[in-house]
Design a protein around this ligand. Structure first.
Ligand code: ADP
Ligand code: G6P
Length: 736
């Protein structure tokens, strides 16, 4: 039976090893709760690292651990200390984590760590492969496992793979600094669906794919060989009910047993009834801006001294990744700052900061959320920030103010919070002042909107939305057309070829018979291609036309001696059996002098672009410029041209990284139909990769074998993945 496999670095259970034996307790983390609906019953398994290195596991206990984990539907990938050092502390947390959070100066590029990261990803993949079969759905989580999707896909192409990144995806300018950037992208592209918290992360990822791989991206779809990879944003929610109900229970008079922490919080309130509690909760991580927050707090006390002895800041920092030097440095910095500020401002009855460096149980988090007047969360960069959502969910009477950094993913959905720039101390101080003085009605109005949204888009909905979307990605990319080089479709094509007597071929050149080069002037045919074309043209039954947008001079130079039939400049010129080129259509060219200066101005403003001048057309090529910039300029150019040409009989064609302006309504479709009308053919075949080839696909009769190279939207009936496969196709006709 098809099953669901969830993979994350950390398992949703925590191991406890004692003298009595080994137990696995379910973890209360957001991911584990969110995935409950997905990870239920016997048709799902969660694969991950147990959190202990091989060296830490008592000898002979391995089986016991496996058994304890199996009780929770979990399976471990055992890792040695060396692997954890290189993979987890090393590449994941000393390279990817800082880089993806824009801490470029902290990112280390160690080849050894990269190699271990790759090997450990392979280790995860091996466990997944061992426990999966075709038809399974696989969901991979987070930055520790970015190579996994492709590693699984390679061995098991028929599974459905989703990937979700829980941290930001940085802008191209940052991502490009990673020496293994392409490997990471290709690893991720093994997925069918890639999810991010926000649209910005999605946009950054698509831009990196476009710029670094050259793979075609259309809106949020990536055409990777024969598959569509869909990219989308799914902002992760929390288990709203859990937090809200725990808070309700906490507030109810029945709750007689108070924690020590709650007693301390209550006594603070009794001693300073007008006092305000500010709460800051994070993992002790430099991305969370804890040190900056402390400086900002001092700034606030200096700017608004009337709040001395009235406002208290509670800082709860969870120990995290303590083997990484930056985290150790941060720990000393925060310790020192807390000491300094308390030393400077404390009075006999008031310590401005209460600082806890530990993980606390769920009940204490509820104590803190329900007792704090203000939650103050100022990450410098944060993928989402769930604490912000948990605070709001726990405010059962809808009072409380959330001050949130605009650099947190959560800020996108939490507009009603007070959003601040964590670097702007002036703004922060004023915002704390605003929060302290915010009328209750305003607090409730803001929080009620926030709560409605958090309740609706909770973590279960997040997981279900992702799974629904994953299942709806067109299976292996097949949308409206069929992959040609396989099974029955292929056999049918070959047998039609065999039994037919008059065959007509239209073969596009650039991107079809040959790949794109950065310099289009040097895209001469290679020996292998010429041999294929010779042999295809050889049988009497075959009439082969090369059909291209290129100018006749270039084709004459490249193919003149071969006597192939050629249609060039999109159907302006034709040459058959080695004769001189003649015009297929009557053309005007007086418009060219008016349009050329416009194109020249675009060349001046868009480095890397150039004009190709053909006999009856002008083409502006932008393959060598930045892809986003090029697309933007192309749209601009088309708008300018459309208004310029008015009613003149001139057409604008958008090709693959080229905008071409031509006389009349010449196109490859018209040219093909003219040729077709001259003979009696029982087998017609047309192949091309470009939008300009769509004219052929549209105009040729329905029973034509129309073939698109690549997986973009098309009017063709079939597709092949890339131009290398075109050669296999031609070789197939020739039985070689
Ligand atoms: P990150 O995933 O980067 O650590 P989030 O804010 O998204 O940041 O998630 C942190 C999670 O850790 C929250 O679910 C929060 O409840 C929990 N948490 C934060 N501080 C503590 C703590 N001191 N003890 C226990 N859990 C904590
Ligand atoms: C972030 C990451 C998670 C990670 C968590 C705790 O939320 O996105 O993948 O599990 O931090 O970090 P740790 O290194 O302790 O797993």
């Amino acid at each position: 039976m098809a099953k669901t496999i969830i993979i994350s670095n950390r398992l949703p259970v925590q191991l406890q090893i004692s003298k009595e034996g080994i137990t696995a307790l379910p973890s209360v983390g957001g991911l584990a709760t969110g995935m409950k609906s997905v990870h239920s019953g016997g048709d799902s398994v969660w694969i991950g690292w147990s959190g202990l290195t091989d060296e830490e596991i008592p000898e002979g206990k391995e089986k016991e651990i496996d058994k304890a984990l199996a009780g929770h539907g979990s399976l471990q990938v055992p890792l040695s200390k060396e692997e954890v050092d290189g993979f987890y502390f090393g590449f994941s947390n000393r390279t990817v984590w800082p880089l993806f959070h824009y801490f470029l100066e902290y990112a280390e590029f160690e080849l050894k760590n990269w190699e271990i990261y790759r090997d450990v990803n392979q280790k995860f993949a091996d466990v997944v492969l061992e426990h999966s079969e075709d038809g399974d759905t696989i969901w991979v989580h987070d930055y520790q496992l970015m190579l996994l999707p492709d590693m699984i896909r390679e061995k098991r192409p028929e599974v459905t793979i989703g990937f979700f990144l829980h941290i930001p995806f940085p802008s191209f300018e940052i991502f490009r600094t990673l020496p293994w950037r392409k490997e990471i992208l290709m690893g991720l592209l093994g997925s069918d669906l890639i999810g991010f918290h926000t649209y910005d992360y999605e946009r950054h990822f698509l831009s990196s794919v476009r710029r670094l791989t050259g793979i075609e991206v259309s809106y949020n779809e990536i055409y990777a060989d024969n598959r569509i990879v869909r990219v989308d944003s799914f902002p992760m929610g929390i288990d709203y009910k859990k937090w809200h109900q725990a808070a309700l229970k906490h507030d109810s008079p029945k709750s007689s047993e108070q924690s020590d922490l709650q007693k301390r919080l209550d006594s603070h309130r009794e001693l300073t009834p007008e006092g305000k509690l500010l709460l800051s909760i994070d993992r002790l991580d430099y991305t969370k801006g804890i040190a900056k927050r402390l400086h900002a707090f001092k700034y606030f006390l200096d700017k608004y001294p009337e709040y001395k002895e009235k406002v208290r800041l509670i800082i709860l920092a969870v120990p995290s990744r303590a083997n990484v030097p930056q985290y150790q440095l941060l720990k000393s910095e925060v310790d020192e700052l807390v000491g300094r500020i308390n030393g400077e401002f404390a009075t006999v009855s008031w310590t401005p900061i209460w600082y806890f460096y530990r993980s606390v149980p769920f009940e204490n988090l509820i104590d803190l959320y329900t007792s704090s007047d203000i939650a103050w969360l100022t990450p410098i960069r944060d993928g989402m920030n769930l604490v912000a959502k948990e605070y709001i969910a726990s405010r059962t009477d809808q009072t409380g103010v959330l001050i949130l950094s605009e650099m947190a993913g959560a800020a996108n959905e939490m507009n009603e919070a007070l959003l601040i720039n964590p670097n702007n101390f002036e703004q922060i101080a004023d915002t704390i002042y605003q929060a302290i003085n915010m009328p209750i009605e305003e607090q409730q109005a803001r929080n009620s909107l926030l709560q409605n949204r958090l309740e609706r888009y909770n973590v279960e909905k997040w997981a279900n939305d992702f799974m629904t979307s994953l299942k709806s990605v067109p299976s292996k990319g097949v949308a409206n057309i069929t992959l040609l080089l396989k099974g029955q479709v292929w056999d049918n094509l070959m047998s039609k070829y065999q039994i037919s007597h008059q065959r007509l071929f239209f073969l596009d050149y650039d991107g079809t018979l040959t790949g794109f080069r950065n310099d289009p002037q040097h895209a001469e045919p290679d020996g292998h291609l010429l041999e294929l074309l010779d042999r295809l043209s050889e049988p009497e039954e075959n009439t082969v036309y090369l059909i291209s947008g290129r100018d006749k001079e270039t084709f004459q130079k490249w193919f003149g001696r071969k006597k192939y039939n050629m249609i060039v400049e999109h159907g302006v010129w034709i040459s058959e059996n080695g004769e001189e080129f003649r015009m297929m259509e009557q053309m005007k060219k007086d418009w060219m002098d008016k349009i050329r200066p416009v194109l020249e101005s675009f060349v001046d403003r868009t480095p890397g672009t150039f004009i190709e001048e053909k006999n009856f057309s002008l083409a502006w090529h932008y393959r060598q410029t930045d892809p986003d910039f090029g697309n933007k300029r192309a749209t601009e150019l088309k708008t300018v041209l459309t208004s310029l040409i008015g009613t003149d009989n001139i057409s604008i064609l958008s090709g693959n990284k080229v905008v071409e302006i031509k006389s009349g309504n010449v196109n490859k479709g018209r040219a093909c139909t003219q040729v077709l009308a001259r003979g009696q053919y029982d087998f017609v075949f047309a192949i091309g990769d470009d939008t300009t080839d769509e004219f052929m696909f549209q105009e040729l009769p329905e029973n034509t074998f129309t073939v698109k190279v690549g997986r973009e939207k098309t009017n063709a009936r079939y597709f092949v993945e890339n131009n290398r496969k075109v050669r296999d196709l031609l070789a197939g006709f020739l039985n070689i």
